[in-house]
Design a protein around this ligand. Structure first.
Ligand code: SF4
Length: 219
């Protein structure tokens, strides 16, 4: 009886190829500066995944239009940019099994962040930076399952900050962010900003996060 000897390096190559062949629904890939939260001001390549498990009324992303891309094709696009930081965003990126793309990008030396609504637990060791932006201030029926991470970034719509008492200890940095409405005037957005600024002044463990890219007109 013939036996087939599979060397460890062959197994590794097969694993690499399997990861390269994995596919994801991608809305867009673009190079920009992170405009909000702790890593604001740092250039990143954004990979925006299609689909979301929520439908927030302020959502500014058309996540229902996407194309299927192989990891190898995503890598080709990403490698064109002089940038070692990647953000997985969406939609809700954690609706995907991100292990294949994360393994490939880590092998190429990328720092991987995620922006997630927190409704899906994130596997340990998958990512370098976890930013959770819960939506339960608007949708109380939504459970936050990812309760640890690097930053908790909450859109402020007048909610009591006590709703984060059981959550905030799991995060290193806490941010409140006014909701920028591109249909409003600078003055109207300024009033929303001032309300959030006032809350942060009275609750200094929280920091103000502005969507600076939107204030700059990069929508
Ligand atoms: S969770 Fe984010 S991507 Fe999903 S609908 Fe809400 S704002 Fe949009």
């Amino acid at each position: 009886m013939e036996s087939v000897v599979i060397h460890h390096s062959d197994e590794a190559n097969e694993g690499d190829q399997h990861d390269m062949d994995a596919t994801y629904n991608v809305v867009e890939i673009f190079h920009s500066v992170q405009g909000e939260g702790y890593r604001s001001g740092i250039p990143h390549v954004f990979i925006r995944f299609g689909n979301c498990n929520l439908r927030c009324e302020w959502c500014d992303t058309n996540f229902d239009e996407y194309e299927e891309m192989r990891v190898s094709d995503i890598l080709d696009v990403v490698l064109e940019y002089p940038c070692r930081n990647i953000i997985f965003t969406g939609g809700e990126p954690m609706m995907n099994d991100l292990w294949p793309i994360a393994r490939v990008l880590k092998q190429h030396g990328y720092h991987l962040s995620v922006e997630s609504n927190g409704t899906i637990a994130i596997p340990e060791g998958l990512l370098d930076w976890i930013c959770i932006s819960p939506k339960d201030q608007m949708y109380p029926q939504v459970s936050v399952r990812q309760r640890t991470g690097n930053e908790l970034k909450c859109v402020y719509v007048g909610q009591s900050l006590s709703m984060y008492d059981g959550l905030k200890d799991g995060f290193d940095h806490l941010f409140l962010q006014p909701c920028y409405d591109e249909h409003d005037t600078v003055e109207q957005n300024g009033r929303t900003f001032a309300l959030t600024e006032d809350v942060v002044k009275r609750n200094p463990e929280w920091r103000l996060s502005l969507q600076t890219h939107k204030w700059m007109g990069i929508l």
